[in-house]
Design a protein around this ligand. Structure first.
Ligand SMILES: *Cc1c(COP(=O)(O)O)cnc(C)c1O
Length: 357
């Protein structure tokens, strides 16, 4: 049987939550589980994160999946409601919503409901994606405070460059947001994982870690273990064929890699059809029996090839780790010119998921 598996370590997720709490003591935590908990399984992860003060999702479908699974934790819709129907659902399912633009504010003003809702009013402090312009922020707050359906208003904004400690933009965004916090009193949130790790000034009352909970460093050129984080996903498969190559022979599509000397090529049962990145370059490490071997040649849909050399002993069926325990996904992302967020979210349904407590 083709054994291509993603093993999800829920204890690691709980451990990473504790690390986040240590990094930002005295704050409340909104644990981010959007995009199927960054590919780790939204329901299983939300259950493991029961000790978080709230969980955050991107959209209504994700929130409803959690409610249908019986999860009663506070849930925040990070992009807010997309329609009047979604606003009604937010009331019905007791979801908190981000309010980031005029149309949402207007919809809240125009709606009547016996229930009450908690909202997160978003300021655009420089990301230029979602949020009210600074000059409109206070008015938006005042309009929301008039509404009987609004139970509580939290304040939020989002950092654009927090992964880069040398970038001055974070300090500018923090001070922009803090100006408003002097005028508008309320619980506020700014820090994503990189804010939690690198910008204590951004911690405020609520932190919003995502990638950190899954054991990855949010910082450029760092890996999770450097912050005492444990990888939550280990993607593994097995060696299922071995080829002997003579010097000068090539491997795979496009014959992009040529053996400089006699060697053995190991074929591993994982490819871009499973979510292993097609753009992983020759040299990307693969962990077999505790040692890394370089990927060589192009990634195929169902297979990759690695240079095993001539020294070590292998057997068909030997386990190969593509990322996770012993091989941070940050390193693979770097070799594939992508980011760990994208790799974790991209594991496909062909891979067998196993959750371990
Ligand atoms: C996804 C998201 C986060 C979490 O980001 P990480 O970099 O994964 O920690 C925080 N806040 C908002 C608004 C988000 O959309």
């Amino acid at each position: 049987m083709r054994e291509t598996k993603a093993i999800i370590d829920l204890a690691a997720i709980r451990h990473n939550l504790e690390i986040a709490k240590q990094l930002a003591p005295n704050t409340k935590m909104m644990a981010v589980v959007k995009a199927d908990a960054y590919g780790h399984g939204i329901v299983q992860v939300a259950r493991a994160l029961a000790s978080a003060d709230a969980i955050a999702v991107a959209c209504m479908d994700e929130a409803l999946t959690l409610r249908e699974a019986g999860i009663s934790t506070d849930i925040i819709l990070l992009e807010g409601f997309f329609s009047e129907q979604e606003l009604r659902q937010a009331f019905e399912y007791q979801l908190q919503t981000v309010v980031h633009q005029e149309s949402q504010l207007k919809a809240l003003e125009d709606t009547s409901n016996d229930a009450k809702i908690k909202v997160w009013l978003k300021l655009d402090s420089g990301m230029n994606r979602l949020g009210f312009e600074p000059e409109d922020y206070q008015t938006a707050y005042e309009r929301l405070s008039q509404l009987k359906t609004v139970e509580k208003i939290y304040l939020m904004s989002h950092l654009a460059c927090a992964d880069d400690i040398d970038n001055a933009k974070s300090a500018a965004q923090i001070s922009e947001f803090k100006q408003y916090l002097q005028v508008i009193k309320g619980e506020a949130s700014l820090a994503n994982s990189a804010g939690v790790v690198a910008w204590p000034e951004s911690h405020l009352q609520w932190i919003r870690p995502g990638i950190l909970l899954y054991g990855c460093s949010p910082m450029l050129d760092f890996t999770g273990p450097q912050h005492q984080l444990k990888p939550a996903m280990t993607l593994e498969s097995q060696l299922f064929a071995i080829k002997h190559l003579k010097p000068g022979e090539t491997v795979g599509y496009g014959a992009t890699w040529q053996a400089p000397q006699e060697t053995r090529i190991g074929v591993i049962a994982i490819g871009y059809g499973d979510g292993y990145p097609h753009h992983a370059k020759s040299g990307t490490p693969v962990l077999i029996n505790g040692k890394t071997y370089p990927l060589v040649g192009r990634v195929s849909m169902d297979m990759i090839t690695v240079d095993l050399g001539l020294e070590d002993q292998f057997e068909l069926g030997d386990k190969a780790i593509l990322w996770g325990n012993g091989l941070p996904v940050e390193i693979i992302a770097k070799h594939a010119n992508t980011i760990p967020w994208s790799l974790l979210c991209g594991v496909t349904s062909r891979v067998k998921f196993l959750w371990q407590d």
